[in-house]
Design a protein around this ligand. Structure first.
Ligand SMILES: NC(=O)C1=CN([C@@H]2O[C@H](COP(=O)(O)OP(=O)(O)OC[C@H]3O[C@@H](n4cnc5c(N)ncnc54)[C@H](OP(=O)(O)O)[C@@H]3O)[C@@H](O)[C@H]2O)C=CC1
Ligand SMILES: CC(=O)N[C@@H](CCC(=O)OP(=O)(O)O)C(=O)O
Length: 349
């Protein structure tokens, strides 16, 4: 069994790691930390886990105990992995960070977007961006993984086939994205109250959101140069889910008038990907169809056979957008079956 630790076990991504790992055949949770809930049983706080983690209690983050694990997940706010990852890596423990601490390659750019100096720039060259559909081979031998953000996962998967094939104008991409409220974390905040968030919808971060540089970095790699991207996130009244509507313009003359060409491009690109489902032509994927799963469902449209391509992408922000993708990375790093612990279908209705 692979022994894992989780730092930051009381947040939504921490409890989602526990829910998914309860079904993992090759993994045992050795330690789970929370400073505020130290000593409390995890199933006392999360009754859905009763019967799965007998006697497992939250404990203080202790690098001796965590360093005895094969791998440690960080499900913590930004900056925590900066402080602790180096010591764990020195002990030979692999680190899978769900926060944004190691997602941007440029420490200065990270500091500008996150409003604090980068706390571990020396580790950046060892960090692998954990999007398996792009970096599978590098992930297998990585010691430190930066798990992609939720919006960046949906947007990159939706646009990668088009950019890699050079079919769209890379300087004018639009990502119109909607998220459920768990994306904002479990901490008490007025905008997340039911009376504030339900039966209403709003955009935020329209003039600059911290996921913008992360998405630009990934799309730029796919395009082989800088991309121009407008990214507008929205808060929607659902608990889980991200829906990305992605608009781009076809490069003139690169595509024949034959219908089905874009559909087969997407089908070919993701044919061997266990967690990307390219839906039949004409589909409109729903967030509820991926609830609780590590899947990204995609559909590609070309309205009126014109020069605009519309890609629709849905994920569960807590699974493919965070904890499920983190476990997919773990499976790759330890040579396990890629889908281990991640095979259950979505919850519907
Ligand atoms: N929610 C989502 O959809 C997604 C979240 N993420 C990212 O995942 C990370 C976790 O998010 P979320 O699950 O929402 O959790 P929260 O940010 O709500 O939870 C934070 C957890 O970290 C612990 N923690 C906080 N400060 C420290 C510290 N200094 N040292 C050690 N532990 C600390 C807290 O416990 P305590 O204070 O008791 O120690 C708590 O268990 C964040 O970086 C988030 O941005 C990524 C993708 C999607
Ligand atoms: C709805 C909502 O507030 N979503 C969060 C993004 C989700 C998240 O946690 O971002 P990371 O993956 O970078 O940690 C936000 O917009 O800040």
């Amino acid at each position: 069994m692979i022994k894992v630790g989780i730092v930051g076990g009381t947040g939504y991504t921490g409890v989602e790691l526990l829910r998914l790992l309860a079904q993992h055949p090759d993994v045992e949770v050795e330690a789970i930390t929370s400073r505020s809930e130290a000593g409390v049983r995890v199933d006392a706080m999360y009754p859905n886990l009763r019967g799965h983690y007998d006697e497992l209690c939250f404990s203080e983050p202790d690098t001796e105990r965590l360093g005895a694990c094969d791998a440690v997940f960080f499900a913590t706010p930004h900056g925590v992995a900066h402080a602790l990852a180096g010591e764990l890596l020195d002990k030979g423990t692999r680190v899978i960070d769900l926060s944004a601490d190691f997602r941007l390659r440029d420490a200065e750019e990270w500091a500008a977007w996150y409003g604090q100096p980068h706390g571990a720039p020396a580790l950046l060259e060892r960090a692998v961006y954990g999007l398996p559909e792009v970096n599978r081979e590098a992930i297998r031998s990585a010691q430190l993984i930066a798990v992609p953000g939720c919006y960046p996962t949906a947007v990159q998967l939706g646009l990668l086939p088009l950019l890699e094939a050079g079919l769209i104008e890379a300087d004018h991409l639009i990502a119109d994205c909607k998220s459920g409220v768990t994306g904002a974390g479990r901490g008490a905040k007025v905008p997340s109250l039911m009376a504030e968030a339900s039966e209403s919808m709003k955009a935020y971060g329209a003039s600059g959101h911290r996921h913008l540089p992360e998405i630009r970095q990934g799309l730029g790699d796919a395009a082989g140069g800088q991309v121009g991207l407008t990214f507008v996130p929205h808060l929607t009244p659902m608990i889980r889910g991200i829906h990305a509507t992605l608009y781009s313009r076809l490069v003139a003359g690169r595509l024949t008038a034959e219908s089905g060409e874009l559909q087969s491009l997407f089908e070919r690109r993701f044919a061997d990907e266990p967690f990307v489902d390219v839906m039949p032509a004409g589909s409109h994927p729903e967030t509820r169809s991926v609830k609780g799963t590590n899947l990204c469902r995609l559909a590609v449209h070309r309205p009126g056979n014109g020069d605009t391509v519309v890609v629709l992408a849905v994920i569960d922000n807590l699974v493919k957008g965070a904890s499920g993708q983190a476990i997919h990375n773990l499976n790759l790093m330890f040579g396990l079956r890629e889908t281990a612990g991640l095979d259950a279908p979505a919850i519907m209705p």
